[in-house]
Write a new protein. Sequence first.
Lengths: 332, 98
Amino acid sequence: MAVREAVALTDFSFVRAFALPETPGIDFLDALLAGNVPKIRFGRVLHTFLADASGHLAADCFVANNDQEFIFLCESILPDVEFDALLATAGLDSQARDLSADHVVLSLDGFKSWEVVKQIFGADVVGLPYLSIENYQFAGEPVRFIRAGKTSEFGYLLLAPVKIAAALFATLQAEVAKRGGRLAGVDAHDALRLEGRFFNIFQEGARVRDPLPLGLQWMIDFEKEKFSGGGAIQQRRTAGLRQKVIGLAADAGCAELKTGARIFHDGQPVGEVVAACESQVLHRPLALGLFPLELAFSGLEFRVGAPTGAVIRSISMPPIMPKSLLVKLDEM
Amino acid sequence: MSENTDQTILRRRQVIDTFKQELIRRLNLPYLPEDLHEDVSLLGSGLGLDSLDSLEIVLCVETCFKIKIPDENISVLRSINTVVDFVLEQQDRNGGRP
């Protein structure tokens, strides 16, 4: 609840980070990723994905056009060796810098997170639009600052050199504590993403793998000639969608709505739970389920776990109204 | 499927199809209707529409369904599904009439 009511700080250094020179980085990334990299305006960030050759998800990515460089952040579900091999096969060359070894990624999220960054980096931070990048200094070192949370509250990713990581973390932590916030583990973000219906590659992404049933078409530029896995994805798109992931909710106390559970309708198995959490906001279990297209609508009743199991309902997502959506810029 | 479930799906599908087609036409979105997941975020992340686009969405609902979205009700515009929920609720309040 720290994120919903105040602010939380999380070490996101599991995120792989790369810096590529504008040339040839722009062409490399465009040939690799599903989104249109040349269309990213200066100072802006694209949310897209990296697929393997069969068009299955490998990483959830942010690409930022940051002056003379492109910053490439990846939440990968592949082992590092496989992920590195995928990039090498795609042609990642020696001009690209892997920042993962000497940088940390910190995630600051929450209704009051803008107060923390304003205190440390200055008032102009507040004006940054969602999916933008800016460069700031901390203790004389550059901090790449990306507004790109996945909780539906205000959120920032800070990419900082390891040499200032401890000092930056301590400063952030102190400011977070002043506002009633706290440190949060990465696991807490699973529930936050589900409540906000942000794609989570470690949950539903890892179970489903196909971006189309997951509803990630908005991350794809279908007019691009090619990208990694693009041919396979186009083929599946042309063949027609057969399944779709939709939101589910159960009454408080329902223990059956958990990842992997089967879903029944009229006594027949029709779907599977692909992500689940206990919502701290709604005080009941929430989930995502993979359904055949003809049943992928909100407002329907199902049973979970067994044909006579607990009643669950398909719901419209996102089911919560984040506080941050109610804050006006001139009030910040 | 029960008749009740069939009717629920049919009614919802009609509103979704109408709204998606009009949304794509008005905003010139580079997608087919089936590319737009009903839970995709309309503003900010997802489709990444801006405040001007949100006015188009409001007009789209008014034109297609003769239903006005109040200025203060921004929560309606979070996803296609939340818009559709609002349309169905308003139709129910009007006794099923547009």
